[in-house]
Design a protein around this ligand. Structure first.
Ligand code: SF4
Length: 472
């Protein structure tokens, strides 16, 4: 029973998208490319950049950043301002037509847009606009945003036009926008998706994750506030805050799974949060064991925290084959199956005759973990205890994470004992919702935890809205 790449794809929540924007006093092309490579983990199906040099030019295609941003088309791009995007499709199918940045021509100039997140009112908006005679070229919700913006730009200056556009949107978005030679960023009023500002030698930069600024030898300046529109120039930035709800709803999964461990997001370092989640897990769900091992690489910080808190020795117990990643990029099952090969293999000396705690950051379907438990037993583990640094995922996400069907969640409607039985583990334990909040240092009111609690921070048809119980 091998752990294959398609197991891992089915098991893990999928990445969504990442965005960057730059305004420099010199050419931005190569720095946009470097920045997108830093956030490649956020989307591996497609990539693209748009730059402005008197006119808007762009390259966007299916593929990894280094594949898309190469060759004569890329070489021909020049400009001191630009935006970039990496994509995993959550809304709209995976095809070349849906790659970003999206560029439209208006009578006030070209507009380019990159979007991370999903709108919950996309269907309603699209139907209304189509009834009004608007035509769409793609199936993405991002095109709805740019079409509304292009229309608003005929009546207002860029900031007013962006503000009016955002008022029509409901859901999750971090946007980078280029209007002629001016560059803007915007974040949804609940702060569901991340966006931050950095200063580099050559100018200012917006990015989904702060690790971009470190790797480009720059400095993190601040997070874009929920509901804020920011314009960046080579010499500075201007923020325009929109009025919004009293509470935020930062996506807890950014810290739990998606973001790079070296990123600082809304004031909290991802690695530190994951280690604390492991510590909380050890306190809440202790195990009598001889060794703690991570599921590499996702569970490493959680496992380290668990080992530190429990006093149980930390060891590497699973070897990961790093040279098969490329075949992960395409979502269709048939394409994934093309490159099936072993992904994980146990290290026998770590587990032979031992009571093993195997730790991962999250679990969605459980396919991979079931195979890992089997593998560890086959390699001679005396007992296998599964510990997960995130509470059970039981409900779909409507904000840009590809977890849409309730039937897929191993934890939905099951007790820990029933999950242990399914995984053939000696025990299973998860960090609690309270434990997650304490590791994050954020209150329930400022987090989105809808996939854990089934209480959503926005109105989603057929679902319960958070705080409803206290409002009624
Ligand atoms: S539902 Fe879950 S994955 Fe989706 S935004 Fe909320 S916390 Fe994040």
């Amino acid at each position: 029973m091998a752990v294959t790449m398609e197991d891992a794809m089915d098991d893990a929540p999928k990445h969504f998208c990442g965005v960057v924007a730059m305004a420099f006093n010199s050419d931005v092309k190569s720095d946009l490319k470097k920045a997108l490579r830093v956030i490649q983990h956020r989307g591996q199906e497609a990539a693209g950049i748009a730059v402005f040099d008197g006119a808007t030019k762009y390259v966007r295609k299916m593929g990894l950043v280094h594949e898309v941003l190469a060759g004569p088309e890329y070489d021909a791009l020049h400009g001191n301002v630009g935006i970039g995007h990496v994509r995993y499709s959550t809304t709209g199918s995976s095809c070349a037509q849906n790659c970003q940045p999206i560029v439209v021509t208006t009578n006030v100039g070209d507009v380019a847009l990159g979007h991370n997140g999903d709108l919950v009112n996309a269907t309603k908006l699209r139907n209304k606009l189509q009834n009004d005679g608007w035509a769409f070229l793609t199936t993405t919700d991002s095109e709805i945003i740019i079409r509304i913006l292009a229309n608003e730009l005929t009546q207002s200056d860029p900031v007013k036009a962006i503000r009016s556009t955002l008022k029509c949107l409901d859901g999750a978005y971090a946007l980078v926008i280029m209007i002629g030679g001016r560059v803007y960023g915007a974040r949804d009023p609940l702060g569901l998706r991340p966006l931050c500002l950095g200063k580099l030698d050559k100018g200012y930069c917006l990015a989904s994750e702060s690790a971009v600024f470190d790797i480009l030898q720059g400095e993190f300046v601040r997070d874009i506030a929920p509901g804020e529109i920011v314009e960046i120039t080579p010499t500075g930035f201007t923020g325009h805050k929109m009025s919004g709800p009293a509470h935020t709803a930062h996506c807890m999964f950014e810290w739990v799974y998606f973001a790079r461990p070296d990123t600082i997001m809304d004031g909290r370092e991802v690695y530190d949060v994951r280690k604390k989640l492991g510590q909380v897990l050890a306190l809440e769900q202790p195990a009598d064991a001889d060794v703690v091992i991570p599921v590499p690489d996702s569970g490493r910080a959680n496992a380290l925290g668990f080992a530190q808190e429990s006093g149980i020795m930390y060891e590497e117990g699973l070897m990961k084959n790093r040279y098969v990643e490329r075949t992960f990029i395409l979502p269709e099952q048939a394409k994934r199956e093309e490159g099936v090969s072993l992904k994980l293999n146990p290290i026998r000396s770590t587990v032979l005759g031992k009571r093993v705690v195997v730790v991962d950051d999250s679990i969605v379907r459980g396919t991979t973990l079931r195979k890992i438990v089997y593998m560890l037993r086959r390699a001679g583990a005396a007992e296998v205890h599964v510990r997960i640094g995130c509470p059970p995922v039981i409900a779909p996400c409507y904000y840009g994470i590809d977890m849409k069907t309730r039937d897929h969640f191993i934890a939905a409607g099951r007790t820990f004992e029933e999950i242990a039985e399914l995984l053939n583990a000696d025990s299973v334990g998860y960090t609690s919702v309270k434990g997650l909040q304490s590791a994050l240092g954020l209150s329930e009111q400022d987090l989105c935890m809808a996939c854990l609690t089934a209480e959503y921070p926005t109105c989603v048809p057929g679902e319960k809205m958070r705080f409803q119980k206290t409002l009624l």
